[in-house]
Design a protein around this ligand. Structure first.
Ligand code: HEM
Length: 402
């Protein structure tokens, strides 16, 4: 199908040419079709900030129980129990509540020193080489290493964790995700859960193993091994590729804005704001999805019960009704909400961790490499149904460390 962008308005998340730069289409969707229907793939889409926010918040009308990704909703696959990202209340409340008890802000803040030590170990050998790859050398490994630290996977097993990540990234390349694989499949972590059961420490896995709670029958009990594995897989699956993409976008967007990059290198106190602006400007997960449970009117049209609704966070984050000059990247933009981590009951449980990783990565990169340019001959953009970002982003570095 060819699309003449001057006349026909067409959006689908599977088109590499649209994903290369979706923002002109997103703008047209907001202006011309705030409720959009895609007939070939049979889904609706909302793109304005207030509409995307409304869909996230009205969970009775816009349900996660059939999956929060378009393909999963349309596949009709039954969701395995405990995968709370794909649950509604009351189950979601119970399962998310259990994980929130161990996945705390304090625990995340407590691993900053380790995250920095890992980043330093990764970047130091790159100094003096004149170039490195934001994704392959840093972004692809960091999130999984960090999750490994948080969970309490023994240091000597970290190589295997990396291999697991590499395999995951390869299968995701260039094809739409079909079943939500990655975090619904495999029991890669099983042996570590068993090992931790025999070697308790102060990590997240130990806490999951020892947590006591009242279940739906009123019994006080601990989590079963299968339940722990489900939770560990959700954390690893949701927090891995998204954060890899965030680091890749940092490399790309700051290469495009050298003046702002220099200001960050001179004044690292600006980096947290820059991470926030990066998250708004290039969200690693540009859309989510919901199943519509009852007929609902949006912009004067009825969306029938049973439809799939795409929530375009990438479009909402650039809604001119919400942000002045939304297509301008500005690290000095006053902080305000964006929809990159969703909103409401399913708000990203790992947002604080992603922000920490993004900030530490930028702080340590900018210390060593205040100047860089993308080597476009080796850059590759990937887009699956859940994430959009760089598979590789080689840069040529300048400045003191080149
Ligand atoms: C949920 C994005 C990093 C764990 C979500 C949601 C979004 C999101 C949009 C909401 C999904 C929905 O409402 O359907 C991101 C982005 C990240 C990131 C863009 C990186 C830049 C992380 C990290 C972790 C994590 C590092 C954990 C290690 C989770 C979990 C949920 C979630 C467990 C499910 C929450 C629920 O259903 O109640 N994330 N995420 N995420 N995220 Fe993240």
């Amino acid at each position: 199908m060819t699309v003449d962008s001057a006349t026909e308005l067409y959006y689908d998340p599977y088109r590499p040419d649209i994903n290369a730069d979706p923002y002109p289409v997103f703008r047209r969707l907001r202006d011309e079709a705030p409720l959009y229907y895609n007939a070939p793939h049979d889904f609706y889409a909302v793109s304005r900030f207030e509409d995307v926010e409304r869909c996230f918040k009205d969970r009775e009308t816009f349900s996660s129980a059939k999956g929060a990704v378009l393909e999963i909703i349309r596949s009709g696959l039954a969701m395995p129990p405990g995968v709370f990202i794909f649950e509604d209340p009351p189950l979601h409340t119970v399962h998310r509540g259990l994980v929130s008890r161990v996945f705390t802000r304090r625990r995340i803040a407590g691993i900053e020193r380790q995250v920095r030590a890992y980043t330093e170990r990764t970047l130091d050998p790159l100094v003096g080489r004149g170039r490195f790859d934001f994704v392959r050398d840093l972004g692809a490994e960091m999130p999984m290493r960090v999750i490994g630290m948080l969970l309490g996977i023994p240091e000597e097993a970290q190589e295997r964790v990396r291999d697991f990540v590499d395999a995951g990234l390869q299968t995701e390349e260039g094809r739409p995700m079909e079943t939500g694989d990655g975090f619904l499949s495999g029991d890669f972590f099983a042996e570590y859960v068993d090992w931790r059961a025999a070697h308790p420490s102060d990590d997240l896995m130990t806490e999951l193993l020892t947590l006591e709670f009242e279940d739906e029958t009123g019994t006080i009990r601990r989590l079963a091994r299968e339940e722990i594995l489900t939770f560990v897989n959700i954390i690893a699956g949701a927090g891995n590729e998204t954060t890899t993409r965030l680091i890749g976008w940092a490399g790309k967007v700051l290469a495009d804005h050298p003046e702002q990059r220099r200001r960050l290198a001179e004044d690292p106190a600006l980096i947290p704001g820059a991470v926030e602006e990066l998250l708004r400007f290039e969200p690693p997960a540009p859309h989510g999805a919901r199943h519509v449970t009852r007929d609902v009117e949006i912009h004067g049209r009825v969306v029938p019960a049973g439809s799939a609704m795409l929530l375009l966070m990438g479009a909402a984050n650039r809604d001119e009704r919400r942000y002045p000059d939304p297509d301008t990247f500005d690290v000095h933009r006053p902080p305000g909400p964006h929809l990159t981590f969703g909103v409401g009951a399913h708000f990203c449980l790992g947002a604080a961790l992603a922000r920490l990783e993004g900030r530490v990565a930028l702080e340590e990169v900018l210390k060593r490499f205040p100047e860089w340019e993308v080597d476009w001959s080796g850059a590759r953009l990937a887009s699956t149904s859940t994430v959009r970002g760089w598979d590789s982003l080689p840069v040529v570095v300048g400045g003191a460390a080149a």
